[in-house]
Write a protein that binds this ligand. Structure first.
Ligand code: HEC
Ligand code: HEC
Length: 381
């Protein structure tokens, strides 16, 4: 029902009478739920709305207005996330490269997709990706929904087509039922697939680490003395200067500024980059070799590090910053050698990074009944 602006200027009694009349008449124009329901764009979840619980140290999870999470879309997304049936040969799922036991990364410098094909970048964690304003190392995707299309259709990742993914799910009775419960339709579209996966990913939020309990929870004993010293170095612009990019806020810490920087990774001695980073998207010379600042939560679990996986350990990363990165014309102005840090200070910084590990929320591991779903992939409608 649309109430005209003009009503606002009428005496309240008159306006109320007109609104009442409109309400009385509105049932005749109510849309009938029918078979065409499914084909209309912008379908909304129909299940039980969920308010995602956030642990200490994180802000509320941003939710797009057209995809409010429900129990049903999250459960469906979880299953899709762990289902290798979404890849062309049934071997690779999202979790192959973003595994819960590996901090939602894959523990490799570069990721292997279908047929063992090798990608060109390291798999970032999915942990807290819900807070990223842009997805991918070069920010080329604006939402988790859009991001999820990438790997399915990427020839060296899941090697499928978006149509192929839809056909796979559509031909599976269990999926048809799950889509019906979650979205009110058995007519599966790639939009509903990616929205469901994104809703699941929004539940993969990790905080409440020793650092959070110390810094936001007021538990002075939560953090080791070495990590406490490391935290001070991390924050101090004259020492580590880390939080200028890996931001720690007053009420929460995402450890990223959601911006792109060239920190001297992947440059050869003449300043050429194997991977041009943000420049590939923007074609702006200043963005050469710039990559998105990654979160540092659960960083101890996601070695090797950097967009190219070139740093094997957290000690190597600290040493990278101590050396000031490979010099090149586009190096960020906040990056400079930290060789004045003593060896003790360097290990304190590392102790701090190790204090950022929190526990996984419930229900983000593979669903118990996934194996039965996998067996049904051959079933035809
Ligand atoms: C073969 C390995 C592989 C598979 C399979 C894979 N990913 Fe990724 N994922 C990556 C790599 C590598 C990147 C970084 C690519 C880039 O930045 O260009 C990435 C990036 C991401 C990001 C962005 C995170 C950030 O901080 O920017 C998200 C979210 C994500 N993947 C989710 C998924 C989902 C959901 C699926 C399944 C539909 C999936 N991935 C399948 C390797 C993989
Ligand atoms: C100018 C911004 C900036 C500053 C300052 C900075 N970082 Fe980073 N950090 C980044 C970016 C951008 C990356 C990813 C770079 C890449 O892959 O090419 C990164 C990567 C990392 C990684 C690896 C993350 C991963 O998932 O692979 C760690 C760990 C890290 N930084 C810790 C630190 C520490 C400790 C300091 C302070 C000594 C620091 N950073 C200072 C921007 C910054």
């Amino acid at each position: 029902m649309k109430v005209s602006l003009k009503l606002l200027f009428l005496p309240p009694v008159v306006a109320a009478a007109i609104v009442f009349a409109a309400v009385v008449h509105s049932p005749t124009i109510k849309a009938a739920p029918g078979p065409d329901h499914a084909s209309r764009a912008g379908l909304m979840p129909i299940g039980k709305p969920v308010k995602i619980k956030v642990p200490l140290g994180l802000p509320p999870v941003p939710i797009p207005p057209d995809n409010p999470p429900t129990e049903e879309t999250i459960a469906l997304g979880r299953r899709l996330y762990y289902d290798p049936g979404l890849s062309v040969d049934g071997t690779i799922s999202c979790a192959t490269c973003h595994a819960p036991n590996l901090g939602f990364g894959d523990g490799k410098a570069l990721s292997n997709g279908v047929d063992g094909k090798l990608g060109t970048r390291s798999a970032p964690t999915v942990v807290n990706a819900a807070y990223n304003t842009l997805q991918f190392w070069d920010g080329r995707s604006a939402s988790l929904e859009k991001q999820a299309e990438g790997p399915m259709a990427n020839p060296v990742e899941m090697g499928h087509t978006l149509e192929g993914v839809v056909t796979f799910a559509q031909s599976d009775r269990a999926y048809r039922e799950l889509f019906l419960k979650a979205w009110g339709t058995e007519q599966i579209t790639i939009d509903l697939v990616t929205k469901s996966i994104a809703s699941f990913e929004r539940t993969v939020v990790i905080g409440n680490s020793p650092f959070d309990r110390f810094y936001y929870g007021g538990d002075k004993k939560a953090l080791s003395l070495a990590a406490q010293r490391g935290l001070k170095l991390f924050l101090n612009p004259k020492k580590g200067n880390c939080s200028v990019c890996h931001v720690i806020g007053k009420k929460y810490a995402l450890f990223t500024d959601n911006k792109f920087h060239n920190i001297g990774v992947g440059a050869d001695t003449s300043g050429n980059f194997a991977d041009v980073g943000l420049y590939g998207q923007s074609k702006n010379t200043a963005d050469m070799g710039a990559f998105k600042t990654p979160t540092l939560r659960n960083i101890a679990e996601t070695a090797p590090y950097m967009h190219d996986g070139s740093q094997a350990t957290l000690k190597d990363v600290v040493d990278h910053y101590v050396g000031g990165g490979t010099s090149n014309p586009h190096l960020d102005k906040e990056i400079h050698a930290l060789d004045f840090l003593t060896f003790d200070e360097r290990s304190d910084l590392k102790a701090f990074l190790e204090s950022l590990t929190g526990t996984l929320p419930a229900n983000v591991d593979p669903p118990a009944d996934l194996s039965s779903v996998k067996m049904q992939t051959a079933e035809k409608q």
